[in-house]
Write a protein that binds this ligand. Structure first.
Ligand code: TYM
Length: 331
């Protein structure tokens, strides 16, 4: 047990989760939980970097935990917890803030995108958000961080910060590696297939939510933007078709080449309808379990309390180590 490599990852409970979150993150985590000592967190403190309605935040936090469990994350094999239940995350963030440069945070593309939308009143939390993410990862000495492509820049920053701290004192943190799934790494918008699928997109047809009804899923995929080439192929000139193939591949495990061969001579409508059925079949059992878990919250409560206990133990040990190296007097 002790020698197993450690994995850490998390998802924000800011609104519902998309098929991108599922294929880019959760589905992979399920595969990794047997092999690694894993921590999967609902990062509620990250979610409040943009304004959340309190009732909604509470609901979404439990919903994300329910989706984790319904997707196959097994609390007997992995630690599932809520970020704000482990105060070491916020404390470690403060410490790490003191080793972070304004310049490097200003270069984060996610910050640049989000701050443009926020205009004059950009919350400081949005700026220091990658430092909290670094704290999440480094507190558990994670070897591997399974994320979609969009989070790689934040992970690079966590690595830089770990090295900076290690060099300032003595080896403290492992340098975490990113782990990106092959086909689900970046699920694109169904309406603008050059853009990432994102729940914050204004066009509701551009994303599929994990909890969307089968009919909505079918409708959204049938309306997915494609091209006028008319041949099913896997290349960057046909990003809409490529995205549908990636979705099919991430769900079925078949390679894009196998899928292209299967559809030789077929039209786009056939591909769309098959991909829709694949997605519906993948998500239906998850939705059913989510409903069960949310109808009686006692099981969720038991799991997040257990998870917080385990995570607190590991994280506070690392926090004490950091404090000691910095020169803070032990309690
Ligand atoms: P978040 O909540 O935006 O997304 C959660 C995970 O889903 C992946 N993802 C996607 N993958 C493929 N295609 C997409 N369209 C897509 N959209 C989202 C993301 O890459 C991510 O893996 N800062 C992080 C959460 C976080 C975290 C951490 C992650 C906080 N602390 C520590 C890893 C380790 C975030 O906002 O992810």
């Amino acid at each position: 047990m002790e020698d197993r490599k450690v994995i850490f990852s998390g998802i924000q409970p800011s609104g519902g989760l998309t098929l991108g979150n599922y294929l880019g993150a959760i589905k992979n985590w399920v595969k990794l939980q047997d092999e690694y000592d894993s921590y999967f967190c609902v990062v509620d403190l990250h979610a409040i970097t943009v304004r959340q309605e309190p009732k909604n935040l509470r609901e979404k936090t439990l919903e994300v935990l329910a989706i984790y469990m319904a997707s196959g994350l097994d609390p007997d094999k992995t630690t599932l917890f809520i970020q704000s239940h482990v105060p070491a995350h916020s404390e470690a963030q403060w410490l790490l803030n003191c080793y972070t440069y304004m310049g490097e945070l200003s270069r984060m593309t996610q910050f640049k995108d989000k701050s443009q939308k926020a205009g004059e009143s950009i919350p400081v939390g949005l700026f220091t958000y990658p430092v909290l993410m670094a704290a999440d990862i480094l507190l558990y000495n994670a070897d591997l961080v399974p994320v979609g492509k969009d989070q790689m820049q934040h992970l690079e920053f966590s690595r830089d910060l770990a090295e900076r701290f290690n060099n300032s004192y003595s080896p403290t943190f492992k340098i975490p590696e990113g782990y990106i799934p092959k086909e689900g790494a970046k699920i694109m918008s169904l309406q603008e297939p050059l853009k990432k699928m994102s729940k914050s997109d204004e066009n509701k047809n551009s994303f599929i939510m994990i909890l969307d009804t089968p009919d909505d899923i079918r409708k959204k995929i049938s309306r997915a933007v494609t091209d006028t080439v008319g041949v099913i192929a896997y290349n960057d000139e046909q990003p809409g078709i490529k995205n549908l193939i990636n979705i099919a591949s991430a769900i079925s495990g078949d390679s894009p080449e196998t899928i292209v061969a299967r559809y030789s001579g077929c039209g786009y409508a056939q591909l769309k309808s098959d991909v829709a059925e694949l997605v519906v079949a993948e998500l239906a059992p998850i939705q059913e379990k989510v409903r069960q878990l949310l109808s009686d919250k006692s099981e969720l409560e038991r799991i997040y309390k257990l998870g917080a206990e385990k995570a607190n133990y590991t994280a506070s040990k690392m926090l004490r180590k950091m404090q000691k190296k910095i020169g803070l007097i032990p309690r």
